[in-house]
Design a protein around this ligand. Structure first.
Ligand code: DC
Length: 228
């Protein structure tokens, strides 16, 4: 079977990354969390007090930042920023609160998209994000667009934060998700959009297992088709 690119886009906390990770594991593909790259960049900007309104500072920061991924012994993908494991830190609310602003910066997007395309050169990847099917891999063999009810998303995100010992009330999470949805889908540079050829999956009433089954089934069909 031919190796394909699976592009998963959609709103935050719809189960994109859980589905992408598990699909990649089943297919024996590489999983790339593009949101983690924007989060790592945000962490760098915050820690180094970079004014995101100053193009020169942004350009200098982009030269200094190296974002890499490693798979640990438990099979989890870990994000590294200049060689330091930042996987935990980039999921904190202080990053979620600022990441959408950072993601609007054209120079940041160009640098991230270049790296994402290099990582996808060998194909056999599942990448999730906001612009994967529209901008990063417009030729991806399988494109999915995920959505879910806002409260379901907020409760899922709260559970995830709790598992990292961060207690945030649901209202604050709803506010953050809606604010990010708005910034992500109205920004000038590669806004969050469903690609015309993407398959829409509403995850409100389905379990992660059902989501994964469906995505794996679709991927296998596309792999067979791509090989013909
Ligand atoms: O998937 P996530 O919630 O970890 O992503 C964090 C932010 O990064 C999200 O609010 C928008 C931005 N992002 C983006 O602009 N483009 C991507 N391909 C992935 C994420």
């Amino acid at each position: 079977m031919r190796k394909i690119v699976v592009a998963i886009d959609g709103y935050s906390a719809c189960g994109k990354s859980t589905t992408a990770k598990e699909t990649a594991r089943i297919l024996g593909y590489r999983y790339i969390d593009s949101g983690a790259m924007y989060r790592a960049m945000t962490l760098y900007f915050l820690d180094h007090h970079i004014a995101i309104t100053n193009p020169k500072d942004i350009a200098r920061a982009l030269e200094k930042v190296r974002i890499t991924f490693q798979v640990n012994s438990a099979g989890a993908t870990i994000t590294f920023l200049n060689g330091v494991n930042v996987e935990r830190e980039i999921r904190e609310m202080r990053i979620s609160e600022f990441v959408s602003q950072v993601s609007t910066i054209q120079a940041v997007r160009h640098a991230m998209v270049d790296q994402q395309r290099r990582m996808g050169k060998e194909r056999a990847i599942v990448m999730d994000g906001r612009d994967i099917g529209t901008v990063v891999f417009p030729q991806a063999e399988l494109k999915l667009f995920m959505s879910a009810d806002i409260l379901v998303r907020a409760f899922r995100r709260q559970k995830e934060l709790l598992s990292r010992d961060e207690m945030v009330d649901v209202d604050t999470i709803v506010e953050n998700l809606l604010k990010r949805d708005k910034i992500d889908s109205t920004r000038k540079e590669s806004p969050l959009r469903k690609a015309v050829d993407a398959i829409e999956i509403d995850t409100t009433h389905i379990t992660i297992e059902e989501q994964v089954d469906e995505v794996v089934r679709l991927a296998l069909t596309r792999m067979v088709k791509a090989g013909k």
